[in-house]
Design a protein around this ligand. Structure first.
Ligand code: NAD
Ligand code: ZN
Length: 359
């Protein structure tokens, strides 16, 4: 018997406008006047109302980060080094304000401020030895579940792989749906679909259990309300998608994702395709594996008139296809969850190639 004993986010505040309480939430965690809080903030918020509401005190610092590319290990190491050089004392904590990209960066920087070496050394499972600095996640777009997860996904010199550890989850999460106001329609859909796809992959997987199912079913119900058949106000929609993301993330904690994620990792590795849109590009072609889920997905894209990009793989070379196929086939637990121990009977390099060719 080997049941995994998971940490969870110990503190969470939820509500429209709850961001305004941030000062009160983090102040007790300040170690001293010269131990700053570091705010890693998506640069989309530069010179906005949100920036002005960040409760800076003493030598606290905002670092704006562009999220056009997903987090890299060298980026994490550089941020850590910059912070160490600038401040005599270790920071009191690290806060990530943005989507999955900024939240993952905050988790990784908090770990690397407490552990030696490069973040690339910790990509894998349970390689982190010392607790991270206090870290806070504040999502501004909903869907990835990065706010609850036990991983931070990084692209390193050798692999794209998470730092999965008991020290990765946030110490505090602030769920303020108002922060998600103004997300562009396509991005809202792509990141929201990450949550929807987490639900479908978890609920139809062979790893399913009552723990995952209970969260997955709730998340799916919320996704359906938001994207498929609900008549929600924008405020209600933001509230519900934020909670869907939370539950979807909890659902995969105790199971796994599946075919769409396994294949979109290949796209991301070779072409830099980002997580949300990459999952949509793949999922669009997965009727064979997730008939009901894909049928509803197509209705949702129609309802919101969202274009799913096509033709990414048209001009790829054999070697490039092979790279994608190898990365994808390396995601063993995902395939096993999707179709059981004998997955290699169905998923061959030739099969994956023919699927990628459609994308
Ligand atoms: P993102 O953080 O990459 O942001 C997507 C875009 O939305 C960016 O252009 C950003 O500037 C913009 N944006 C964010 N908030 C906005 C707002 N309020 N208004 C306007 N624009 C806004 O997107 P994401 O889909 O949330 O995250 C993807 C990342 O999350 C990937 O790096 C992926 O690997 C990671 N991820 C992590 C986990 C995990 O468990 N750790 C799970 C899934 C995905
Ligand atoms: Zn995902």
């Amino acid at each position: 018997m080997n049941f995994r004993n998971f940490p969870m986010v110990p503190r969470v505040v939820f509500g429209r406008g709850s961001f305004d309480q941030l000062d009160e939430i983090i102040s007790p965690k300040r170690k001293s006047d010269n131990a700053p809080f570091i705010f890693l903030v998506d640069d989309i918020f530069k010179d906005t109302g949100l920036e002005k509401k960040i409760p800076l005190k003493h030598n606290d610092k905002i670092i704006f980060v562009n999220s056009d590319t997903e987090p890299k290990t060298f980026q994490v190491d550089t941020l850590r080094d910059t912070i160490v050089q600038e401040f005599g004392a270790l920071p009191s904590g690290v806060l990530g304000i943005g989507g999955g990209t900024l939240m993952d960066l905050a988790k990784a920087v908090a770990i690397m401020l407490a552990n030696p070496g490069s973040s690339a050394d910790y990509q894998g499972w349970d390689l982190v030895n010392k607790p991270a600095l206090y870290h806070v996640g504040i999502p501004t777009i909903s869907g990835t579940g990065a706010e609850v997860s036990r991983t931070t996904v990084l692209t390193g010199p050798e692999k794209k792989l998470g730092i999965n550890s008991d020290y990765t989850p946030f110490d505090q999460v602030v769920l303020d749906p108002d922060l998600c106001t103004g997300v562009p329609r396509n991005q809202w859909f792509y990141t929201g679909m990450d949550c929807y796809i987490h639900c479908i992959e978890s609920l139809t997987g062979t790893y399913l259990n009552a723990f995952s199912q209970s969260y997955g079913e709730k998340a799916l119900e919320l996704c359906h309300e938001v994207f498929l058949n609900g008549a929600l106000s924008e405020e209600e929609s933001r509230d519900k998608l934020m909670m869907a993301s939370w539950h979807g993330g909890m659902s995969i904690a105790y199971s796994q994702v599946g075919v769409a994620h396994a294949m979109s990792y290949g796209l991301s590795y070779l072409l830099g395709t980002r997580h949300g849109v990459g999952n949509c590009i793949v999922f669009d072609q997965l009727e064979e594996f997730y008939p009901e889920g894909v049928k509803n997905f197509k209705q949702m894209t129609d309802r919101y008139e969202v274009e799913i990009p096509r033709g990414l793989c048209g001009a790829l070379s054999d070697a490039e296809f092979d790279t994608m196929i190898n990365v994808s086939m390396g995601m063993v637990p995902l395939w096993e969850n999707a179709m059981g121990k004998d997955w290699k009977k169905v998923i061959t390099p030739g099969k994956l190639r023919s699927m990628y060719e459609k994308m």
